[in-house]
Ligand binder design. Sequence first.
Ligand code: 5GP
Ligand code: ZN
Length: 141
Amino acid sequence: MADHDPECIFCKIVAGELPSLRVDEDEDTVSFLDVNPATPGHTVIVPRRHTADLLSISAADLAACNVAAQRVAERAIDRLGAVGVNLLNNCGSGAWQTVFHFHLHVIPRYADDPLRLPWIPAAGDRDEIAATHATLSGNPG
Ligand code: 5GP
Ligand code: ZN
């Protein structure tokens, strides 16, 4: 895949062909406010080079996006009064990804915001966890 995909909305934003409210940029990344913010200051961090998702992004661009996310998180806490941030990547349409140019969401959190965990924490089945561990690690235990 070329560095720029002419059909990609985030490539157009990176190239300045579509408007965005940029909050940070460097040689490898651009960060701009999400048009559908989960909370005030919700920012999308993208690599300048087009790549679809977490599985295809280079290690260097992934690192650059995370460092940019750290800068944006610090600023949200310092300047917006956020009490913390959630960092989120959706990888695959089955995992809520809708724009197929890798991005990290930086979601500032506020003491009284309405966001809640998308799962209900509960103890897992120990045998199932062990079986999953064996499959994922390649180590039968
Ligand atoms: P995803 O669902 O792929 O993880 O996140 C895509 C995000 O991009 C969504 O939160 C959506 O609101 C945001 N988004 C989609 N199109 C645009 C756009 O044209 N401009 C901006 N600033 N954000 C966009
Ligand atoms: Zn793109």
